[in-house]
Structures are given as C-alpha cells and as structure tokens.
Write a protein that binds this ligand. Structure first.
Ligand SMILES: CC(C)(COP(=O)(O)OP(=O)(O)OC[C@H]1O[C@@H](n2cnc3c(N)ncnc32)[C@H](O)[C@@H]1OP(=O)(O)O)[C@@H](O)C(=O)NCCC(=O)NCCS
Length: 291
C-alpha cells in the first residue's frame, strides 16, 4: 500500500488576499465530508465561504492563519477573539492533503495564540459524525461538553404567553451582557453590540425585564436566556434560521422535545468541545457554530 508523504508546510498569518483560495478549500472540505456522510453541505457555495473568510481575514477581531505548501494555500484556521473565551473555526484543509498533519499544525498555531494572549479558554463546535476532527481535537486537549442538534424549520406555535420578542437596541446591551454573565460567567459584549448594529439581534421581555437575547437565530448566532420559555419565544418568532439551523443542546430534553413537537427537523448532530475555563451554564442557551 502506498503511503502519502507529509507535505512541507509553513503556517503564516492570513491576509485578505488568501480568502479566495482558503474559501474554495473551506467549501470543498465541508462539502466532501458532509456528502460522504449523506448530510447537506454547511455552506451553499464557495462564494459564501470566500465572503465569510474575507471578513474574518480582514477584521482585527479574528486571528487567522493559513497553511502554505510549495507556495500554495492548503488550509486555514480562525480564532474569534471577541471575548475572554475564544471561538475556533472554521478550520479546513484541502481534501487532497488531509490526514497528513496540516490540521494539527493549524490547530496548534491558534491554541498557541490563545495561550500567549491569556485567553480564559478556547471552544469549538464539531460535526459529530467526523471521526478525524473528533480525534484531532480530543488529542489536543479539547473536552466534549455538550451534544448539540442542528435544527431547521418553522414552529407551529408562533408565540409564548407572557413573552414579547422585539429587535434589540443599544439600550439592551447592559441587560444582555449581565444575563450572559449570570448564565455563562462571561459576557460576549462585542458580538452583541455588532449584532445590534447589523439588525439581527433580538431580546425577550417578560414581566418588564430582559430575560433573553439572541445575536441571530442562525448557525453563526448565539442565544442566552433565563429559562426555556424565553428561548422558545425567540425560536417561535423566526420564519426560519439562517444557514443550516440553530444549535440546540440535546441534553435540554424539554426544549428539544418542544422543538420536535413544533415541527422542527434535525439537520445534523454536532458537539461542543472546550479547553480551559468552563462552567455549566446556569440558564438556557444556544451556542453559535463557534461556541
Ligand atoms: C478536520 C481537519 C481540519 C483535520 O485536518 P487534517 O490535516 O486532515 O488532520 P491531521 O492529519 O492534522 O490530524 C488528524 C489526526 O486524527 C487522527 N485520526 C484520523 N482519523 C482517525 C480515526 N478514525 N480515529 C482516530 N484517530 C484518527 C490522525 O491519525 C491524526 O492524528 P495524529 O496527528 O496524532 O497523527 C480536516 O480533515 C478537514 O478539513 N476536514 C473537513 C472539514 C472539517 O470537518 N473541518 C472541521 C470542522 S469542525
């Protein structure tokens, strides 16, 4: 049996000029692994991947690296640095050079960066069916924290009694960040402020208080709530969820059962993995595809 040799790889900081090549690889890598397991692709086109990576490679909020071999980009990885906890991903390697150690080097590069910057921890969301990424992350020190179900659809119930859902405004930032502190032990204030500016953030008001916020009911948005009822109010307010869907912690049986009874469909199983600081959330929550 012929054995592939390890390519000589240089890891360097990504530039916006790397986005077209890295975006194509991102699309090819996710399409290949998902198709091989009969799951729909995470991204609809290579243009969408190029757009997301262009934004990440040019924003000071993200630390991005590429792997180069013989002058060609063969993979990339990104660390979201918007909060004390860093979010890792997307990491993708050109399918022709996967399983040859490139992914491990790109993981090490962003984990070193998190350590240098004294980040409290690093988190990621992994496709549960992907043996290789599970093995790689576990061997690098990531622990499994939550099984997740990516869900898509429109709920039959459209409102929850006592809960009012409305667009978030800058005046809601203090309450949203305080809620995140109570539930998770840290705030994601930059993400919330950016989502309010982009018009995707919403809050729930119950009994005259803010009891939940979402940055976006989407693959790339996170949601924090006092109770399941507050989460249900947000989920029920959406016509559909942007991207593949929202990520529901599968051990939250009450919420998952309510989603299924309301007609939402499971798209794929995923797993939240973490290194460093982790507290069991003291409330209801939906992670984004980063954490
Ligand atoms: C996941 C991905 C980033 C990993 O990068 P890679 O370059 O292929 O992986 P590497 O070769 O660096 O590391 C893979 C490790 O997993 C191990 N591995 C692979 N399959 C395994 C299995 N079934 N059981 C146990 N270990 C396994 C390899 O032996 C290797 O371990 P080692 O470093 O100790 O030798 C890459 O395969 C990819 O882009 N996949 C498609 C997109 C994707 O899923 N991205 C991750 C999103 S969460």
């Amino acid at each position: 049996m012929s054995q592939k040799t390890q390519p000589t790889v240089v890891i360097r900081t990504a530039t916006p000029q790397d986005a077209p090549a890295a975006g194509q690889i991102c699309y090819d890598a996710f399409s290949a692994i998902n198709t091989a397991h009969n799951f729909p692709p995470d991204f609809p086109s290579s243009e969408v991947c190029v757009g997301i990576l262009s934004m990440m490679f040019s924003s000071p909020n993200f630390y991005a690296v590429v792997a180069e071999s013989e002058g060609r980009v063969v993979g990339s990885n990104v660390l979201d640095e918007r909060s004390a906890i860093r979010g890792l991903g997307p990491i993708t390697i050109d399918p022709t050079v996967q399983n040859l150690g490139v992914g491990r080097k790109l993981m090490q590069a962003v984990m070193d960066r998190a350590l240098e910057q004294n980040a409290a921890g690093v988190r990621l969301v992994q496709a549960a069916f992907h043996n290789r990424s599970l093995s790689l992350y576990t061997s690098l020190g990531f622990d499994i924290r939550e099984p997740l179900s990516c869900l898509q659809g429109r709920t039959v119930e459209r409102t929850i009694p006592g809960c009012t859902v409305r667009p978030a405004t800058p005046n809601d930032e203090y309450a949203g960040n305080a809620l995140s502190h109570r539930v998770h032990g840290f705030a994601r204030s930059i993400e919330l402020a950016q989502a309010i500016e982009h018009g995707t953030a919403q809050v729930v008001e119950r009994a005259g208080r803010i009891t939940a916020y979402t940055t976006h009911l989407a693959f790339f948005g996170h949601t924090t709530a006092e109770t399941n009822a507050d989460l249900q109010a947000l989920i029920a307010s959406a016509e559909s969820f942007a991207g593949p869907g929202i990520l529901v912690p599968s051990r939250n049986s009450v919420l998952l059962r309510w989603c299924l009874a309301n007609g939402l469909r499971v798209v794929q199983p995923m797993t939240l993995m973490t290194t460093g600081l982790y507290n069991d959330p003291a409330g209801a929550w939906l992670p984004s595809i980063l954490f």
